[in-house]
Design a protein around this ligand. Structure first.
Ligand code: ATP
Length: 574
């Protein structure tokens, strides 16, 4: 049988959900345009995300540029390491992601975490071939390919810039200002919904892997020693979990449990991550992801970024494959420490002690001019190196010698020459780098999953019908209004109803073309929850009534026009 995805992609194009961009010029891989229905559905999903993850959580939202200068990505590490493994066919020159090639054709499930030589070995061992032309790839080298799109800022190439590969950096980079808006009080969260760009080697599965896509990200900044989540609102949320231990075992299986139990049994080790999984699950349910085809999967140890202590993905099932919809990670102070290292700005937050504390601080004699000749005459550099060392590690001064790094050279200094002393000081608090919990959602993949999980085929009065069982909250069109026939009176009454519905804030489509059955089918395929038909009974009777048809059951009821808009608006509000 034809997979739902194939039918869905066809429906999406026909009904204006999404289609490949620039079709007039042959189309280009990995870029999609959301048509009128798709843009509306996507907007509704984004609004629902904003309501839940920004407004209801009391977090701030920002909107940063999509192009950022090179130093940002030097600091974040993207310039060096945001790579995928590429293998280019020597015959047809098609580029393929080497890790996907391995995963699709061998029993390796996580080839991304293997080093390149090992991937090359697997390709040779399994005699893997080019998916495009079938040429052998056994002797072909695998290379790293950086996924960022590069550009120039201003004329010339003096100022390289990059299209951001994730929205998160726009938040991290502005942390020195954002912490001020939060009045320097942890914890606080910052969200952003926006475009991200990745020059994917092989975009595939329509809008599931594209080169330009929308992310909705939350960066939640905490004091790792003092802030704990309040799990009471999420502990009873039931979840399907697929922990790493189960993935690693022969007959491993998913677990049905609750957030509270998973935390107390240590299945989810990070309580902050657990909290956001607990928030996310009912939200995914509300926007229309089928909870029987949804789970949280823990990253395997090789898959995890080195800084992430515990990391889980939300996954949705599409035609038998599990697709990553979002990632939830505790990124520790990794990002902020990188920017603190590379930038002059202050990325720390002041942590006030409960009571002032007397602490021992190492100090160094600032007048170190006598050290001049030994260190190329640069006494100031020696002093700052020593000060850094003193701040970091007081015990470094308690041996016989101190090692200091200066211009790539390590010098040994007798401790009595450093002017080192330990002094008692009273301090009100200390500057700390916050840790960050990151729920990172992909919007396009979610839109695809919502459509896929809503796709239905049935039979109505002996005729096959396709419809989308979309949640009223996200459906792009809420109601269709049809005059039964071309008739001035019917059309005038229908116009009035359209105006009344729109005044209630409902999205309405007016359709007077084709027979009524065809108009219903059209709205069924769009996923419009209700259709209102104005017929002669409407205008001839004293009490004006219309036929209201419900999408899923196709049941029809006669309802008075009076109060109709309010009734439907109440349904939309849930
Ligand atoms: P993958 O392994 O699938 O390439 P990733 O693990 O690199 O994805 P993240 O960096 O965690 O993805 O990005 C966060 C979210 O952004 C993902 O969960 C996904 O929903 C979305 N996303 C990432 N890459 C793409 C893409 N090329 N097209 C559409 N959505 C994407």
């Amino acid at each position: 049988a034809e997979a739902t995805s194939e039918k869905l992609v066809e429906l999406a194009k026909r009904r204006g959900y999404f289609f490949q961009s620039s079709g007039a010029y042959g189309g280009v891989g990995g870029f999609y345009t959301f048509g009128p229905q798709g843009a509306s559905l996507k907007g509704n999903v984004e609004d629902a995300w904003r309501d839940r993850f920004a407004v209801a959580e009391g977090n701030m939202e920002i909107d940063a540029p999509t192009i950022m200068p090179e130093p940002v990505f030097e600091a974040s590490g993207h310039l060096d390491t945001f790579d995928d493994m590429l293998i280019e066919c020597p015959e047809c020159e098609t580029s393929t992601r080497a890790d996907h090639l391995v995963e699709d054709n061998t029993e390796y499930e996580d080839a991304e975490s293997l080093p390149i030589p090992e991937v090359e070995e697997v390709i040779a061992e399994y005699e893997l071939v080019c998916p495009e032309c079938g040429a052998g790839l056994a002797d072909v080298a695998v290379e790293n390919f950086n996924l960022m799109f590069a550009t120039n800022i201003g004329p010339g190439d003096a100022d390289p810039g990059y299209l951001r590969p994730e929205t998160a950096q726009g938040i991290f980079v502005e942390f020195p200002r954002l912490k001020e808006y939060a009045r320097n009080q942890l914890p606080f969260g910052v969200t952003q919904i926006g475009r991200a760009y990745r020059n994917e080697i092989s975009p595939r599965r329509s809008i599931i892997r594209t080169r330009e896509f929308t992310q909705a990200e939350l960066e939640y900044f905490i004091d790792p020693e003092n802030d704990e989540p309040d799990l009471s609102s999420v502990e009873d949320v039931s979840v399907t979990l697929y922990p790493a231990s189960e993935q690693n075992s022969e007959d491993g299986d998913e677990l049905e449990t609750t957030i509270g139990e998973a935390v107390s049994e240590g299945i989810i080790s990070d309580e902050w991550v657990a909290y956001f999984l607990g928030v996310a699950k009912p939200w995914y349910d509300a926007v229309g992801v089928d909870m029987d085809r949804f789970r949280f999967r823990q990253h395997l140890s090789g898959e995890r970024a080195h800084y992430a202590a515990d990391c889980w993905d939300a996954e949705g099932e599409i035609d038998g494959n599990w697709i990553e919809l979002a990632g939830f990670a505790n990124r520790t102070d990794y990002d902020l420490s990188k920017h603190a290292e590379h930038s002059e700005d202050r990325f720390t937050v002041f942590r006030q002690y409960d009571e002032p504390q007397t602490v021992e601080r190492a100090t160094v004699d600032p007048d170190m001019s006598y050290l001049g000749p030994e260190f190329g005459g640069d006494a100031q550099a020696v002093v700052s190196a020593l000060e850094t060392l003193a701040e970091r590690d007081r015990t470094a001064f308690e041996g016989d010698t101190v090692e200091i790094d200066l211009e790539d050279e390590t010098h040994e200094l007798p401790v009595e020459k450093t002017g080192f002393a330990v002094e008692e000081q009273t301090e009100a608090g200390e500057h700390i780098l916050p840790h960050v919990i990151e729920p990172s959602f992909g919007v396009d993949r979610l839109v695809y999953t919502v459509l896929h999980h809503a796709y239905r085929e049935d039979e109505v009065a002996g005729e096959e019908r396709t419809y989308l069982e979309l949640e009223p909250e996200v459906a792009p069109m809420f109601v269709g209004v049809f005059p039964l026939q071309n008739d001035d009176d019917l059309e005038a009454q229908a116009d009035d109803i359209v105006a009344a519905l729109r005044a209630e804030g409902l999205s309405v489509t007016y359709d007077d073309s084709g027979n009524i059955g065809r108009r219903y089918r059209r709205q069924d395929e769009v996923g419009t929850p209700f259709c209102v038909t104005v017929d002669f009974e409407t205008i001839e009777n004293e009490e004006t009534t219309v036929t209201v048809r419900e999408r899923d059951s196709t049941e029809q009821k006669r309802l008075p026009v009076d109060g109709l808009a309010e009734t439907l608006a109440a349904i939309r509000e849930g």
